[in-house]
Design a protein around this ligand. Structure first.
Ligand SMILES: NC(=O)c1ccc[n+]([C@@H]2O[C@H](COP(=O)([O-])OP(=O)(O)OC[C@H]3O[C@@H](n4cnc5c(N)ncnc54)[C@H](OP(=O)(O)O)[C@@H]3O)[C@@H](O)[C@H]2O)c1
Length: 328
């Protein structure tokens, strides 16, 4: 079977489509899926550079954290899934290939109104955002959510789900056009961040001086101090992405004064049971909105898998609005 393969860790010239052994025979609770589309993630860029290998058992040369396709074969312990079923899921690696093996507990049924490309744009971004905002951040009715890099894959997922739950959403971006486009997905307030980050004053104005109850931070280090300043009393800061750096100085007085909760989160290295729970909770609470069209996966570009190098370069350019997807 064909798979995206990292010949050597480094630049995009090291990406190729290679014949690898497979598809494997499923055992126990495993399902083999014929992949039709697979989302591209920042983690794949890091993996290509040799900086972020998958957990044990996953080939570090074979990227791919999410997929959409048809069930091809099921293990003897699988109940409820049959060959031909349209499914999507997160996994910890190797999803950018013609076939992928996944535990049945991770699978989510694709609604009839979604193409494989659209479905492939869902699992990583939406499950990450859903788990962070609700399971960990405990966003409640009437609260305000601040989403950084709101035009990103995870950012737009967060925005759409929060609007479906009637939250008020403030979004930031370094790109005005992305904020204008995010307004069409219900963004209540937009802040363009240029130069040294200084958004806390605007957040205070937009919330009548209260601050944000939950912050979904996809930027990290460079936004940390302003994030603390932007929190409402008893606010929750979710650290999800580090595109703006991995270190920051903490003003502990602010953390105390705000009675702040700071939570770091990561999906890839979690146990199967934790991932299955995050997937199940997201599907139960949100899939109906994809069926009735209140939420739609936002795709910027679809590339053939053979153009994985171009797809990596495009994602790294920061130009994308929403997800980048590979098709097989
Ligand atoms: N913890 C987890 O389990 C988990 C899971 C999924 C993703 N993530 C992380 O979440 C982040 C977002 O992922 P994604 O797939 O949604 O990303 P994406 O679609 O590639 O978008 C990232 C956006 O972040 C903005 N950005 C980049 N560098 C920045 C900087 N130095 N300062 C401020 N903004 C910057 C850019 O938009 P602008 O035009 O707005 O600048 C860029 O388009 C990534 O860091 C990713 O690794 C974490």
């Amino acid at each position: 079977m064909k798979a995206v393969y990292i010949k050597e860790f480094g630049g995009t010239e090291n990406l190729e489509i290679r014949d690898v052994p497979g598809p494997p025979k499923p055992r126990g609770s495993e399902v083999i899926v014929r992949v039709r589309a697979a989302g591209l993630n920042r983690a794949d860029l890091l993996q290509r550079m040799g900086l972020y290998p998958g957990p044990e058992g996953f080939d570090p040369h074979r990227p791919g954290l999410e997929f959409a396709g048809e069930v091809a074969d099921v293990g003897e312990g699988v109940v409820g899934w049959r060959p031909g079923d349209r499914v999507m899921a997160i996994t910890a690696g190797e999803a950018q290939a013609e076939f992928v093996s996944a535990d049945a507990s991770l699978l989510i049924r694709i609604p009839d109104n979604l193409s494989f490309a659209k479905a492939a744009a869902i699992p990583e971004a939406f499950i990450t955002a859903h788990d962070a905002i609700w399971a960990q951040g405990g966003l409640k009715d009437g609260e305000t959510l601040l989403v950084h890099a709101v035009g990103s894959g995870v950012g737009l997922a967060a925005l759409q789900m929060a609007k479906a739950k009637n939250a008020s959403v403030i979004g930031t971006s370094r790109t005005q056009e992305k904020l204008d486009a995010a307004a069409e997905f219900g963004l209540d307030h937009a802040i363009v961040v240029t130069g040294t980050p200084a958004f806390s004053g605007q957040v205070a104005e937009m919330t009548g001086g209260r601050g944000a109850d939950v912050i979904l931070d996809l930027v990290g280090g460079s936004y940390f101090h302003e994030n603390l300043k932007s929190l409402a009393s008893r606010g929750r800061l979710l650290l999800v992405g580090l595109t703006g750096g991995a270190s920051a100085e903490i003003d502990l007085r602010l953390a105390l004064q705000k009675r702040a909760t700071i939570i770091g989160t990561i999906l890839r290295s979690r146990s199967l049971a934790e991932k299955a729970e995050a997937a199940r909770s997201f599907a139960e609470q949100m899939m109906e909105h994809f069926v009735d069209g209140t939420i739609e996966p936002v795709i910027d570009k679809v590339f053939p898998a053979s153009s994985a190098a171009a797809a990596h370069e495009y994602l790294a350019s920061n130009e994308s609005f929403g997800k980048v997807v590979l098709e097989f």
